[in-house]
Design a protein around this ligand. Structure first.
Ligand SMILES: [Fe+2]
Length: 199
């Protein structure tokens, strides 16, 4: 059963680079932006900030073993459940670092397939659930394949159905996410971020 044994994430050790990234990400947090995107989308898990390659600080670009495509910051409302989604078609995997509240709540992957709706936009494509998109406030209660709390930096699979579960957390949850050119999958990133070579 390759489906069930396939790994979905791989933790990395904390280093000074990840602590610096954490400080940098925390300095960008704007809860009012998260609130305002939530009012428009009714999705409690939002992308607060997107920095494309030219806007990403040089010290970040230099430290990673692959060319960076985008730096994103996610914000999730307290006591909320994000919608199921798969990230952009060109974003199979990510390197995530917990920011303020990022070590609370969890990412959970569905054990079942979901009917998808593709959303296209300039530099933004995402696959979301047709049912959650068309039924305001509806959330699936499907069997969970795996859950992961970001207690440390992590490489994770964003190409399978997943969502952010922040129901038990009374605070906003912020996470910084790096995506790479060439659309590497999780196994490729794991090899490149071998802990011995980790920045
Ligand atoms: Fe995601």
């Amino acid at each position: 059963m390759t489906f069930l044994s396939q790994r979905l994430y791989n933790f990395l050790e904390w280093t000074q680079f990840y602590r610096d990234l954490q400080d940098y990400g925390n300095s960008l947090i704007q809860m009012s932006v998260v609130d305002s995107i939530y009012r428009q989308t009714q999705d409690a898990h939002v992308i607060q900030t997107r920095l494309f390659e030219p806007e990403i600080p040089e010290w970040v670009k230099k430290a990673v073993p692959l060319r960076l495509d985008i730096l994103m910051m996610f914000g999730t409302l307290p006591n909320s459940l994000g919608k199921y989604h798969k990230d952009g078609f060109t974003r199979k995997a990510a390197l995530n670092v917990p920011l303020n509240g990022g070590d609370k709540g969890c990412i959970e992957w569905s054990a079942e397939d979901i009917e998808e709706l593709k959303i296209y936009g300039p530099r933004k494509e995402v696959r979301i659930s047709k049912k959650e998109q068309t039924n305001l406030g509806f959330r699936f209660d499907l069997p969970i394949r795996d859950r992961m709390t970001l207690s440390q930096p992590v490489l994770l699979d964003t190409n399978e159905w997943h969502r952010v579960n922040n129901l038990e957390n009374n605070e906003y949850r912020f996470v910084l996410s790096l995506r790479f050119f060439g659309n590497p999958d999780l196994n490729t990133l794991i090899k490149l971020f071998d802990t011995k070579k980790t920045p």
